[in-house]
Design a protein around this ligand. Structure first.
Ligand code: TYC
Length: 115
């Protein structure tokens, strides 16, 4: 007899999405994990490095050394991940980056990409 108090009757081989090839079949009580989105920062030739570091600290809550490392990675490679969030938070962060950059007259751009 299956245990109604446990997903999939308590079968230890099922109920774990890591063992199901990512496809949910049985009725589940657990709420699905919402998809996550990367906020991408793009390099440009005009935005000052200190401004990008300040954006990473203030909008993406990075500490000074991580903010500097991300900024330098974007500067060298052309783009980089500022953070990973649910979609509405990611879109808000992008709007905050664009608002702060436009206020200062810098061309800094950001975008959202599904993880
Ligand atoms: N390339 C810019 C400079 O040399 C710095 C920069 C880094 C700009 C990261 C944008 O997302 C960026 N001043």
């Amino acid at each position: 007899m299956s245990d109604p108090g446990r997903p999939n009757g308590g079968d230890p081989q099922s109920g774990d999405p890591r063992r199901e090839g990512g496809v949910s079949t049985a009725t589940r009580r657990e709420v699905a994990r919402p998809p996550r989105y990367k906020v991408i920062l793009y390099n440009d030739d005009y935005t000052p490095m200190e401004f990008v570091v300040a954006v990473l600290e203030q909008i993406f809550n990075k500490g000074p050394s991580e903010a500097t490392a991300i900024m330098l990675a974007v500067h060298k490679s052309g783009l980089g991940v500022a953070g990973v969030y649910v979609l509405d938070v990611a879109e808000t962060k992008v709007a905050q980056v664009h608002g702060a950059a436009e206020q200062r007259g810098y061309p800094l751009r950001a975008g959202v990409e599904k993880e």
